[in-house]
Design a protein around this ligand. Structure first.
Ligand SMILES: [Zn+2]
Length: 233
């Protein structure tokens, strides 16, 4: 493969790669910004936090009731053990048990509220999950054509990457350096075609001698205006 053919091939591959990547970006932005699914995902995420917090609250309430029951059992065991005989102490124990039981009742009310909250949260969460499934289904059918397009482009990217490697291997590292520098400086186009005696990238007119030279396969001619490598297609 001679040098100019190598450059042309590489430029064709890079141009196609740029097109494919630009389209893939567009598709990805479009898919990511699909509001229908986005909203329900956010709603689901935020409600998951709510369920975690109400479930935690329920656990704490259960633990508090359990602890209170243990305290009452201990005081009652003490009261009926027969070890406490002093009437004043017995009276104090009775009072303590009454207070403990009163507080137990308030803890049990809180537990009941926590249970109701968890139950309601779970109902709402199930509703959100089913909405999410519907929404995901809608999203998939709405965007199927874009997802398919994306898959095709991703396959093409793999193919182009292999072709690019082969094209690069046909050039020296110095050639590649020059090509990449020019491509970067000139908006992705390092190699330009000519038509009717003018550079197709910048429109500069060539002299007949320059045009003739571009048509010769042995010479590398650069556009006198934009500096791109020229070839006659
Ligand atoms: Zn030019």
């Amino acid at each position: 493969m001679n040098q100019i053919i190598g450059f042309i091939r590489l430029q064709q591959i890079d141009t196609r790669l740029d097109q494919v990547n630009a389209r893939l970006n567009q598709i990805n932005i479009m898919l990511e910004n699909d509001q229908g699914l986005k909203q329900i995902i956010e709603q689901k995420k935020s409600f998951e936090q709510k369920v975690i917090s109400s479930t935690k609250n329920l656990e704490l309430s259960e633990q508090a009731v359990q602890n209170q029951l243990i305290k009452i059992q201990q005081s009652e065991a003490n009261l009926y053990s027969g070890k406490v005989k002093n009437p004043k102490e017995l009276q104090d124990l009775q009072t303590e048990i009454t207070i403990l039981k009163r507080f137990l009742s308030s803890l049990e009310n809180k537990l009941l509220e926590a249970m109701i909250e968890v139950e309601e949260d779970q109902k709402v969460y199930e509703l959100i999950c089913s909405k999410y499934i519907d929404s995901e289904h809608d999203y998939t059918s709405r965007n199927a054509v874009f997802v398919e397009e994306r898959n095709l482009y991703q396959k093409e990217l793999e193919k182009l990457a292999a072709e690019k490697k082969a094209a690069e291997n046909s050039l020296t590292s110095q050639d590649l350096f020059l090509y990449n520098k020019l491509r970067m400086k000139r908006g992705g186009i390092a190699v330009s075609t000519i038509s009717e005696g003018a550079c197709n990238s910048c429109g500069a007119t060539l002299t007949p001698a320059q045009e003739q030279a571009v048509k010769s396969p042995d010479q590398m001619i650069y556009c006198p205006s934009c500096g791109r490598m020229l070839y006659a297609s």
